[in-house]
Design a protein around this ligand. Structure first.
Ligand code: ATP
Ligand code: MG
Length: 571
């Protein structure tokens, strides 16, 4: 067993220094600054890793598309040269509307080399959400497919005056001066590109938030974010040379960039990309055939695997799997315990957000895992629980007290603004603290526990109830596959706790079952907090990044407008 990179959490936490830790990142040759693509690709292409596979894309037809660090350097240089020959300027927006195809990775890293600002979009977005983001982000270039162009983009062109070029990855000839063939342009440029001086604070990445709580915001990150990609890759994902890593996140979401592209490459490991969507058996097959050692996925995926009646460790050879990690939503204790047994590897929950650009609170291989907890702050990250009232903030020092989860803002990957929403950005800060919008508490051992989003908290009979707590309890019942909890206005008690429950296969949605689950919840958590109403549903509404849209359940329950649903997963 490889020993963990992070051996002594307390020692590293107390001595941590970002500059010192990121010393391995060499910066651009000649002291010309810091560029993410150089650290992720070119640095390794000039080292003993040059022939190591950087990215392996498993195509829909099962063919393997391998890019070594050396070939990735050439391809991304070509893309940078294409941007240059087409007259794109540094700092301009290069967007993608693509599935997990090689061109996505090449465009992203090529754009970073060129110092354009890269922004990925969910490929399932319909025309309107695409329009909103392209216009808000002032996209200059869009890389997409012919079908997406025909179905979603063509009709928007008149409304997108700043969109200069559309590169289609699956045509061979240009259609017009504006609609070009990606491959044709890639063929006619050089595979050599020298990255211009890049300041660590130059803008690099734009990501729209998931829209779980409302209209998505465009969080802007700078090249210095690569420190976080590197450090979290080393200490949380515990990358070792020779690792094969698989991040299942959709590329339209920040995890798809930070951990689907950058972090594994910066750490010099091999990244597996699966072009297809979730399928339990195929996923297990992939873990086995690709000899995945580190696997980064999400609670929804783990819950879906839990619903399959199968013991993966007995059916598949998972002996290479050293570590499973999860992000995006709270990972229920049940799932942590199940996963550890089912995969034969620790399942480590970690917490972060689009705004933070990388993992901020995590469980680590070398620390005892408390199932249901998000773990402890990344070394280099100061996190706390605070009372916030208006402009005032007070850090709470006693354990087990619930409050706002806040982070000290001086972090390499912290967002530098919400694009065109400076006021909304400023509202996130109180002095040196950034308010995450989540509520949490810290236990006596310094572990952080997620309580809920500030917006989702339920006030019932004088109690503040976090949906996560109730959902976790419901998940302990053998018949419950998934649950989402909301507060429903009720004059006598403020709000009543209502649960939407998805049953596991083989359980009947009868009145008896309702009574049984209600009784179970009352016994576990007391009548004040247990759901007063339970409704069985087939599925829970989720964002494309796998988050339960409680605000939508609530709006529907109350007959209110449904709000922005651009990120709603519809299949
Ligand atoms: P929006 O900000 O548009 O409402 P969003 O907050 O869902 O959407 P993201 O930045 O993609 O957009 O998600 C970050 C949020 O996801 C966190 O603030 C937190 O609420 C939740 N989250 C992420 N990881 C975890 C985790 N491990 N445990 C609990 N919650 C998590
Ligand atoms: Mg958010």
């Amino acid at each position: 067993m490889l020993s963990p990179n992070l051996n002594d959490y307390d020692a590293l936490y107390s001595s941590f220094n970002w500059e010192e830790e990121s010393k391995l990142l060499e910066g651009l040759p000649g002291g010309k600054g810091l560029n993410i693509a150089h650290e992720a690709v070119d640095r390794h292409a000039n080292s003993h890793l040059k022939d190591t596979v950087a990215i392996r894309v498993i195509r829909k037809n099962k063919m393997l598309d391998d890019y070594t660090y050396s070939s990735l350097k050439t391809e991304t240089s070509k893309f940078a040269n294409v941007l240059s020959s087409l007259g794109i300027q540094k700092g301009e927006g290069v967007f993608t509307l693509l599935g997990r195809v090689p061109e996505l990775y090449i465009s992203a890293l090529g754009a970073l080399k060129y110092q354009a600002v890269f922004c990925p979009l969910f490929s399932v977005f319909g025309p309107e959400p695409v329009f909103q983001r392209l216009s808000k982000g002032e996209a200059k270039v869009l890389v997409t497919t012919k079908a997406f162009f025909e179905n979603k983009i063509k009709q928007l062109l008149d409304r997108l005056p700043s969109l200069k070029l559309v590169l289609l990855v699956d045509i061979n000839e240009d259609i017009s001066e504006k609609i070009l063939s990606y491959s044709k342009w890639m063929e006619q440029v050089s595979g050599k590109f020298q990255i211009s001086p890049t300041a660590a604070e130059d803008p690099a990445l734009l990501h729209f938030t998931s829209g779980t709580t409302g209209m998505p915001k465009g969080a802007l990150h700078v090249h210095k974010a690569v420190y976080t990609h590197y450090v979290t890759g080393k200490y949380v994902l515990d990358f070792h040379e020779g690792d094969v890593f698989w991040c299942t996140a959709d590329p339209g979401w920040v995890t798809g960039t930070s951990y689907g592209i950058i972090a594994p490459l910066v750490n010099g490991v091999t990244s597996i990309v699966d072009e297809e969507e979730f399928d339990a058996m195929r996923w297990y097959g992939l873990l086995e055939s690709q000899k995945i050692s580190v696997w980064y996925t999400a609670p929804t995926a783990i819950r879906r695997l839990m619903r399959v009646d199968l013991n993966p460790k007995e059916t598949y050879n998972l002996k290479n799997l050293r570590l499973v990690l999860s992000v995006g939503e709270p990972l229920h204790a049940e799932a942590v315990v199940w996963g550890q047994k089912a995969f034969g590897a620790p399942v480590l929950d970690n917490w972060w957000q689009t705004e933070t650009g990388g993992i901020m609170i995590a469980n680590y291989r070398s620390l005892k895992v408390k199932p249901g907890s998000m773990g402890k702050p990344l070394p280099g990250v100061a996190a706390g629980i605070a009372d916030v009232e208006g402009d005032k903030i007070k850090i709470i020092s006693s354990p087990e007290v619930q409050g706002h989860l806040v982070l000290r803002k001086d972090l390499p990957s912290m967002f530098r603004t919400y694009l065109h929403e400076e006021a909304r950005y400023q509202k996130c800060f109180r002095g040196e603290w950034y308010l995450t919008g989540d509520l949490a508490k810290i236990d006596a051992d310094g572990y952080f526990w997620f309580v809920g989003r500030a917006d989702d908290i339920i006030k019932t009979s004088g109690h503040m109830v976090g949906p996560f707590e109730v959902e976790s309890t419901l998940m302990k019942h053998p018949a419950v596959a998934e649950a989402a909890v909301i507060g429903k206005p009720e004059p006598s008690i403020g709000e009543l706790v209502k649960a939407f429950v998805v049953l596991k296969d083989g359980y009947e949605d009868s009145n008896d079952m309702k009574m049984e689950i209600t009784g179970f919840a009352r016994k576990e958590m007391g009548p004040a907090v247990a759901p007063k109403e339970i409704e069985f549903v087939e599925n829970l509404p989720k964002t494309r990044s796998g988050k339960i849209l409680r605000r939508l359940l609530k709006a529907r329950e109350l007959g209110l407008p449904e709000g922005d649903l651009s990120t709603l997963e519809t299949n």
